[in-house]
Ligand binder design. Structure first.
Ligand SMILES: Nc1nc2c(c(=O)[nH]1)N[C@H]1C(S)=C(S)[C@@H](COP(=O)(O)O)O[C@H]1N2
Ligand SMILES: [Mo]
Length: 447
């Protein structure tokens, strides 16, 4: 094979005119969109499936949403999404990797206020461990910089501490990665490495207090029962941790139930951590041990460019200077359009569309969600609901007018309570692709 397969995004970066030609046919040749007349507009319409009422507002070089997701690599064979086949899971979930098993929830399946277990994304770094024979006998240990190391069975955890239930977003640190150009290393999440479930468990802070933190306590280290992919028992699959201040927040839970059911095995049952707002990798599944350290953790996933982002921008695709990287803590603001789905066809004559979605912002709240139907030329404000508790997502709704039949893109952008808005394209490129939170776009065809 001499053909070098490149993604449409890369082609647009390197040779936008050729990219336009690939997408819209040879006829458009050297002309750029935004200046398209006659033949060019016809080619654009043919590519996206209809006339484009707001074509004059369409930025040149923008890959239409209708083609961007699951688009074939230029010159390559089309590769459709692989549906998940897993007991109890919705086949609409998309497999991003099968060894380890990773599956994401397409944005339109995030349409429930509380994400059902069947639709909740799966992210493993190692092999799935054997299910526990007797969940109540599952043991966790708290040790390290504590006065009194604690050994607790799940039954003891439940009887000794007051359980809490919060609805909270769990989001993979790499969520949104697919929008990085050039492609970053790792699972190519769109926005579906996230879900919002009701988690029941005991605050980690209470367990740590029961063990008694020494003055030297600085950072946690989390360990679980899932074997390393290689099968080598001396290797850790994943071991991340957090500063004590985060560990002592009341919403960080040692979880044993999800949406009112015993925590499912695939989600880390019988016992996992849920540490909201920060990368999902802190929310350790099949939890066996929390070690309190006197310094930052250095376990699997803590070093190099893992779960780290550049403190100042680096050259996309360039060589990383790891010394200037910092640990990714709070996740960035993100919104998803959960209705309609990307690629929805509406009957001819449809002139109004109801939109639904969700938005969240790591440790922060969401202050606004805006939507656009004209490639971002104008925006209108969505109605945003209050979260049930801190770290819950905000659900939002909006109604937009569609002036005529044709191809539209619905764009959504959220702004966090610190005033930061989602960017048009993913910024702060980094080799392992964290922090991509570009605005969500869905294609809709009327008629
Ligand atoms: N033991 C263990 N815990 C883990 C992981 C893992 O591979 N092993 N993956 C982490 C990552 S990267 C994420 S995003 C979340 C995903 O949780 P879920 O599979 O329940 O959606 O679990 C975290 N906890
Ligand atoms: Mo993750």
């Amino acid at each position: 094979m001499t053909t070098i397969e490149r993604s449409l995004d890369e082609l647009y970066r390197d040779d936008p005119e050729r990219a336009d030609a690939e997408v819209f046919g040879r006829r458009t040749g050297a002309s750029r969109r935004g200046f398209l007349g006659g033949a060019g507009l016809a080619a654009l319409g043919a590519a996206v499936g209809g006339a484009v009422p707001f074509s004059a507002q369409m930025p040149a070089g923008l890959v239409p949403a209708a083609l961007a997701q699951g688009a074939p690599a230029a010159g390559g064979a089309p590769k459709g999404p692989q549906p998940l086949d897993f007991p109890g899971k919705n086949p609409g979930l998309v497999v991003l990797g099968d060894r380890p098993l990773v599956a994401e929830t397409p944005e339109h399946l995030l349409d429930d206020d509380t994400t059902p277990i069947a639709k909740f994304f799966i992210r493993n770094n190692g092999n799935i461990p054997e299910p526990a024979g007797d969940p109540a006998a599952w043991r966790i240990r708290v040790e390290g910089e504590v006065n009194q190391p604690l050994d607790l069975t799940l039954a003891e955890l439940r009887s000794r501490f007051q359980p809490k239930t919060y609805r909270m977003v769990l989001e993979c640190g790499g969520n949104g990665r697919a929008s990085f150009t050039p492609q970053a290393r790792g699972n190519q999440w769109t926005n579906g490495g996230a879900g919002c479930a009701e988690w029941t468990g005991v605050p980690l802070a209470e367990v740590l207090k029961a063990a008694g933190l020494k003055d030297s306590a600085r950072y946690t280290a989390h360990y679980g029962a899932d074997p390393h992919l290689s099968g080598d028992p001396t290797k850790e699959t994943l071991s991340r941790g957090m500063p004590m201040q985060k560990a002592m927040e009341e919403h960080g839970l040692v979880v044993f139930a999800m949406n009112g059911e015993p925590l499912p095995h695939i989600h880390g049952g019988p016992v996992r951590l849920v540490i909201p707002g920060w990368p999902g990798s802190l929310s350790h599944k099949w939890l066996t041990r929390v070690v309190v350290r006197d310094r930052e953790h250095d376990g699997q996933g803590m070093t190099g460019t893992s779960y780290r982002v550049p403190a100042s921008p680096m050259i996309p695709g360039g060589k990383a200077d790891e010394k200037s990287f910092r640990i990714l803590e709070s996740m960035p603001v993100r919104s998803v359009i959960s209705n309609p789905a990307n690629g929805t066809r509406l009957p001819a004559g449809t002139r109004e569309l109801a939109l639904r979605g969700a938005a969240w912002a790591g440790d922060l709240a969401v202050s606004a969600v805006d939507v656009s139907t004209d490639f971002g030329a104008t925006w209108s404000r969505a109605e945003v609901t209050a979260p049930r508790n801190r770290y819950d997502w905000h659900r939002w709704t909006a109604r937009v007018a569609l002036p005529s039949d044709g191809y539209y893109e619905i764009w959504a952008r959220a702004t966090d309570s610190g005033g930061r808005m989602q960017p048009h394209v993913a910024g702060n490129w980094n080799p392992q692709g964290y922090g991509a939170n570009a605005m969500h776009r869905v294609a809709v065809l009327v008629g």
